[in-house]
Design a protein around this ligand. Structure first.
Ligand code: FAD
Ligand code: SF4
Ligand code: SF4
Length: 472
């Protein structure tokens, strides 16, 4: 008999006061009993609309049925048939706009907690599985994957399971892409990403870190001299955008990408770390933007002891970040200053003493108030400046979280690769670029998007590469 409770089983969380001072995971995950109770809320709809909301079409009612029976390994195998990173997606997928937005239970009450169940199943498997992946027989073909984010890891895994000799070339010193350098530990523990990377190594995938393709080696060299018959580009969209307002080059202004990389990848907040970050204890931080990246930068700043303001030019209803992240940020004491846009970063200038170390540092921001006009091309109401509404706020640090675009390095060092006007690599529906044997997917093609879409693109390209090389 279905559990007709209108509400999802709540997710246990760390207390907001406690977690605002540590980097441990915020959401603690369902217990076995909570998971089975939540699974009993699924009606096993014949036409399963939830599946159409999942970009990789996981057989959601089937895996949930296994959870309800308590057969968690069977549930895992169903999810794993379509998703390479279930422990990651169960945590960071925007479920409320994807699978859960289509759940019939969501029409009159709360949808089934599909993401929470996926996370439970993946964590159960990771805690209990003992078998190691075994590399299949080699098929004699060599493929290079550029970038080790979700797109690259998925493509590499699918090809390795078919016997391809896959080498992943990663610019940073650790594999995982945004999953390690962008999304903070308190949302996605790095041990989960490491486990996925280790699983690929068990399958025989080689991971070459500190290899900036386009500098250390080019795609042309990989194909012409390295013996790679196909290449998948999953290099993401790591180039930050700025506002181009006065004062953006002052000391204490960061792009969110740099700020998060220093914290998540380089652990800059720890004593003796290789890279510094300014001491934010008791300081005032403004994070400009309203997406997931802005929430992550704000919540990291909070954990480093700062008093944090999110500055966003539209209203709260238009915030692009996941509702859950906004709620968590508010619980942790982050202040939302919406309908506000910065016009300048203000700096300290002491012309009498050029050696003053504070010279050139941020002391505040100047902003204008905004109001919403007619919808623009994005469908959201356009923010319009309220004349004469200028005001200033004291700040010690400003973090720009305004979006990112693909880095032009690979395009500029690869023959015959076409890109669109936003810098995304142009591909067909199979992920094939304008260059034979070169495929691409994820943020490098779409611009900043989501983990699950990047994974889906890696999967599509792996299938196409397999078909292409099987014909050779
Ligand atoms: P990436 O994850 O960016 O990986 C690309 C990799 O390629 C990187 O490791 C990079 O170092 C490497 N690389 C780049 N250039 C080269 C080169 N020339 N040579 C070698 N290697 C190279 N999505 C969600 O679904 N949910 C979320 O909650 C969420 N939160 C986010 C929070 C932050 C802070 C950020 C930045 C993004 C977030 N996203 C989220 C978006 C999501 O992480 C991305 O859409 C996804 O990671 C894209 O995957 P990818 O594999 O295309 O690229
Ligand atoms: Fe939902 Fe994401 Fe899982 Fe698909 S992968 S079922 S969208 S949580
Ligand atoms: Fe279950 Fe909701 Fe999917 Fe129906 S739509 S099968 S209730 S998860």
């Amino acid at each position: 008999m279905a559990n007709m409770s209108p509400k999802k089983n709540p997710m246990p969380h760390q207390d907001p006061q406690v977690r605002a001072a540590n980097f441990n995971e915020v959401a603690l995950g369902y217990t076995r009993e909570q998971a089975m109770d939540e699974a009993a809320r699924c009606l096993h709809c014949k036409n399963h609309p939830c599946v159409s909301g999942c970009p990789v079409q996981i057989r959601i009612p089937d895996f949930i049925a296994k959870v309800a029976e308590g057969d968690f390994e069977a549930a895992y195998q169903i999810i794993a048939a379509d998703s390479a990173l279930p422990a990651v997606c169960g945590r960071v997928c925007p479920q409320e706009t994807q699978c859960e937005s289509k759940c019939v239970r969501g029409i009159k009450a709360e949808s089934v907690g599909i993401g929470r169940l996926e996370r439970f199943v993946a964590d159960w498997h990771n805690a209990n599985a003992t078998e190691k992946a075994v590399p299949p027989a080699a098929n004699g073909h060599k493929v290079a994957v550029i970038g080790s984010g979700p797109a690259g890891l998925t493509c590499a895994g699918d090809l390795a399971r078919k016997g391809y000799a896959v080498t992943v070339f990663e610019a940073l010193h650790l594999a995982g892409g945004v999953l390690v350098y962008g999304i903070p530990e308190f949302r996605l523990p790095k041990s989960i990403v490491q486990k996925e990377v280790d699983g690929l190594k068990d399958l025989g995938v080689k991971i070459e870190t500190n290899m900036v393709v386009g500098r250390s080696i080019t795609i042309d060299e990989l194909m012409e001299e390295g013996g790679f018959e196909a290449v998948f580009i999953g290099s993401g969209a790591g180039l930050p955008m700025f506002m181009h307002i006065p004062g953006e080059n002052l000391k204490g202004v960061y792009s969110a990408n740099e700020f998060l990389t220093r914290i998540n990848l380089m652990k800059a907040y720890r004593e003796g770390s290789d890279t510094p970050i300014m001491d934010l204890k008791g300081k005032k931080v403004a994070v400009v933007g309203g997406g997931n990246v802005a929430m992550d930068a704000a919540r990291c700043s909070k954990r480093l002891g700062a008093d944090v303001h999110i500055i966003y030019r539209r209203s709260e209803a238009e915030l692009p970040a996941r509702a859950e992240e906004v709620e968590h940020a508010k619980e942790e004491g982050i202040v939302f200053k919406t309908l506000t846009n910065p016009t300048a970063v203000l700096g300290y200038n002491n012309p009498d003493d050029k050696r003053d170390p504070k010279n050139g540092s941020v002391i505040g921001i100047r902003c204008v108030e905004m109001e919403l006009g007619e919808p623009d091309a994005s469908g959201r109401r356009r923010p319009i400046v309220k004349e004469g509404s200028d005001f200033e706020m004291e700040m010690d640090c400003v973090i720009m979280a305004l979006g990112t675009s693909p880095n032009p390095l690979i395009k500029s060092t690869t023959r015959g690769l076409e890109i669109n006007r936003k810098g995304g690599i142009i591909v067909n529906e199979e992920g094939l670029t304008s260059r034979e044997g070169v495929y691409a997917g994820g943020d490098a093609v779409t611009g900043a998007a989501t983990v699950i879409l990047a994974m889906g693109a890696g999967k599509t390209a792996a299938k196409a590469i397999d078909e292409y090389l099987s014909r050779k």
